[in-house]
Design a protein around this ligand. Sequence first.
Ligand SMILES: NC(=O)c1ccc[n+]([C@@H]2O[C@H](COP(=O)([O-])OP(=O)(O)OC[C@H]3O[C@@H](n4cnc5c(N)ncnc54)[C@H](O)[C@@H]3O)[C@@H](O)[C@H]2O)c1
Length: 221
Amino acid sequence: MTRDDLFNINAGIVATLAEGVARHCPDAWVLVISNPVNSTVPIAAEVFKRMGTYNPAKLFGVTSLDVVRAEAFIGEILGVDPRDVSIPCKPPLSLDPVRAEQLMARIQDAGTEVVQAKAGAGSATLSMAYAAARFAEACLRAMAGEGGVVECAFVASSLTSLPFFAGPVRLGRGGVEELLPLGPMNDIEQRNYDKMLPELAGSIRKGVEFAQRRAAAGAGQ
Ligand SMILES: NC(=O)c1ccc[n+]([C@@H]2O[C@H](COP(=O)([O-])OP(=O)(O)OC[C@H]3O[C@@H](n4cnc5c(N)ncnc54)[C@H](O)[C@@H]3O)[C@@H](O)[C@H]2O)c1
């Protein structure tokens, strides 16, 4: 499915579930995994704002799968267990620009790699539950008072010109306690970042506009 197909199916589902959360468990940590996360998280945020329960520290888009994929592929290159790899990037990895671009493309397209390997037998279901469980468990550990829990997620953010961004966040009892800096970018990363920013802005706007149209139409009152 394209991101647009996913949006058309999942936008309404996420809005309906967010309305239920606002009514019945307004203080919950909300982990949105339904794609496209770059739009479904802004939808949930708009619903919560409208219903007076928005807490940006407790709304997350689950992006751990991308990190899991990056750790697996970088572990493969370094010859170490992926569990000993932490993104970004311990142990350090130095690649020439061509190999770096190949690796980035592989991480970004890992879902397609899985679909092709299954040769028509299904969608990119490899490691999804693992990634989701890893993020949910990190939230539970932080909620229970464990210090220093850091995971990547798509959250309300002041790190860029956009209202949401994905990156490492430190979690505490109340949700996001600190947005960790993006760190220095090399030329390839900077170019990709510049290219990505307007696209992400469009995805966020699409979610916000969907939620506003839905509110104007009186849904979820
Ligand atoms: N963020 C990520 O890393 C990531 C990775 C892979 C998949 N995804 C997304 O995760 C979502 C689930 O994928 P999946 O493969 O588990 O799909 P799936 O079809 O196996 O499961 C979807 C589940 O949602 C339920 N559902 C459908 N409509 C609902 C509604 N209105 N209210 C409540 N529940 C409803 C279905 O009964 C089903 O159990 C998709 O949106 C997919 O795009 C996200």
